[in-house]
Ligand binder design. Structure first.
Ligand code: SF4
Length: 176
């Protein structure tokens, strides 16, 4: 898979000490994006999933894996494999995407479904400069949501990660 960079000791991309993988390639072109160098899908560096697994195997203090970008859903199959390896080691998995959760479901793509199935918290939606605010906690603009994916999948509606009880919208989960 192609990546832009990694951080082995992040404390800003989710709770606790995390390995963050910035995937390469993003189609969203959000004005004000902080990582424009990640947009070109042909840019960055080619690495194997196994090489990335080593990042959290080397440090037993790491509590989670965060997939950021770029947009991890451009390489969803590879990211799902990496997330699966993280889960097998007891880590939590957070995934950032410029797509909205409902878009990911509506696409009915097997690779997107595989990554959602291995994601604990999805930070969704594009970065919107007009809704930018400091101190939001793990997100850059107010429109983005921290979605508890396992609870949302079970409930068939969006459940936010912070208190696990707010339903933002209702939707039907498409058959896959
Ligand atoms: S989704 Fe993220 S990486 Fe992609 S353009 Fe928007 S802010 Fe930048």
């Amino acid at each position: 898979m192609r990546i832009a960079s990694t951080i082995s000791d992040s404390i800003v991309d989710g709770p606790g000490l995390r390995v963050t993988v910035f995937t390469q390639g993003c189609p969203h072109a959000c004005p004000g994006c902080h990582n424009p160098e990640t947009h070109d899908p042909q840019g960055g560096t080619e690495v194997s999933v196994e090489e990335l697994v080593e990042l959290f195997e080397k440090n037993r203090l790491v509590e989670g894996l965060t997939l950021s970008g770029g947009d991890p859903f451009l390489q969803a199959q590879e990211c799902a494999a990496l997330a699966q390896a993280a889960h097998a080691r007891g880590l939590t998995v957070w995934t950032y995407t410029g797509y909205r959760y409902e878009q990911l479901l509506a696409a009915q793509r097997n690779d997107w479904e595989a990554l959602l199935a291995e994601t604990d918290v999805l930070v969704d939606g594009p970065f919107v400069e007009a809704q930018r605010a400091y101190g939001l906690g793990f997100r850059g603009s107010r429109n983005q949501r921290l979605i508890d994916v396992p609870k949302s999948r079970k409930a068939g509606q969006v459940i936010l990660w912070d208190d696990g009880s707010k339903a933002l919208s209702h939707f039907s989960v498409p058959e896959s």
